[in-house]
Design a binder for this molecule. Structure first.
Ligand code: ATP
Ligand code: MG
Length: 314
């Protein structure tokens, strides 16, 4: 699908310098974040409360940072917020559409608000974006009759309809079933070909293979910034596999953060990350940890704490 009118030209960078944020009545949500992002699909990972949504709202000009500065495509998010808004499409974590509107009406309303007034052109744009997210067949359906996955895709459509070169999506797969998630990953990889996408999630599997660059934040601080490959490299030696007969897992649970568990012929096969300096008899090192295991290994080391809340199974 060609939706790259604005997307192919111009500065594709997001630059974040010393950004901190303190909510008036609340926690210190961000602290000294420095980050340069260039094109493609960028993953922003972190457990609940890490500050992901706060950072995204700052980039989308919905929140003024207490400290530091940020720019999108060369425009400052505070001083040039009008310019930034034209460049960015945003799917907020709590996206919802007016339930009685029809799918195409939601998008036409969005376009009207961003002053695309020619009716035929509007209609054409809406059709194009609906096709891109796979919603053409339900264009006339009311929002309240969409499935959860379709609603998230409508969320993406509303973020894309003005053809922005930057797309910011905050936890886009919450509540989706595995099949919808897979589809969503494919859509993100496709869209990332001709625009910059920042995708925040605490479900590591959602980044998919289209993501070559990521950052981890924890308690408002940037703790890692590199490729998924590098994160996996760092986890080597800490991810192990263990087969237990009889299913008594208690030997493992206090020394291992378990990531996956499969049962086969009465044996339970467990994969997970060793906690601290633990060793575990009979455990075999996993040569190629997956990204979820690598993320967990990193966060366990960085925080020394359990990350139960971020362990939603993919
Ligand atoms: N409007 C607000 N007022 C006060 N504190 C807030 C507000 N919004 C968020 N916070 C706090 O700021 C911190 C960061 O929240 P934020 O929503 O940015 O995290 P997150 O990484 O998006 O988490 P999640 O994965 O749960 O969406 C948290 O401690 C949160 O409680
Ligand atoms: Mg959030």
């Amino acid at each position: 699908m060609e939706m790259s009118r604005n997307a192919s030209s111009g500065d594709r960078r997001i630059v974040i310098e010393g950004v901190g944020h303190q909510y008036r009545r609340g926690a210190r949500a961000l602290d000294g974040i420095d980050l340069k992002i260039e094109g493609g699909l960028f993953g922003l990972l972190g457990p609940n409360g890490a500050g992901k949504s706060t950072l995204m709202k700052i980039l989308c000009t919905l929140l003024v940072p207490s400290e530091g500065k940020a720019s999108v495509g060369g425009f400052d998010v505070v001083r040039q917020r009008g310019e930034v808004r034209k460049l960015i499409g945003f799917l907020p974590q709590e996206f919802s559409a007016w339930r009685v509107q029809r799918v195409h009406e939601v998008l036409e309303t969005m376009l009207l608000l961003s002053d695309h007034c020619d009716r035929a052109a509007r209609r054409e744009r809406v059709d194009k974006v609906l096709e891109a997210v796979g919603l053409s067949e339900v264009a006339d359906r009311k929002v309240k009759k969409l499935s959860g996955g379709m609603r998230r895709r409508l969320g993406i459509a509303q973020a894309l309809v003005h053809e922005p070169p930057f797309l910011v999506v905050d936890e886009p797969t919450v509540g989706l079933d595995p099949e919808e998630r897979l589809r969503f990953r494919g859509l993100m990889a496709e869209l990332a070909k001709d625009r910059s996408i920042i995708l925040s999630t605490h479900i590591v599997g959602d980044l998919g293979s289209g993501c070559e660059d990521l950052a981890l934040i924890n308690r408002g601080k940037l703790v890692f910034r590199d490729s998924p490959r590098e994160l996996i490299k760092r986890a080597r030696g800490r991810v192990v596999e263990l087969a237990l007969s009889g299913g008594d897992e208690s030997v493992a649970t206090d020394r291992l953060e378990i990531v996956s568990r499969t049962t086969e012929d009465g044996w339970v096969r467990i994969r997970g990350v060793l906690i601290g300096d633990s060793t575990l008899d009979g455990a075999k090192e996993v040569e190629e940890p997956n990204l979820e295991e690598a993320y967990l290994a990193f966060m366990l080391e960085a925080t020394g704490a359990s990350l139960d809340q971020s362990r939603e199974v993919f």
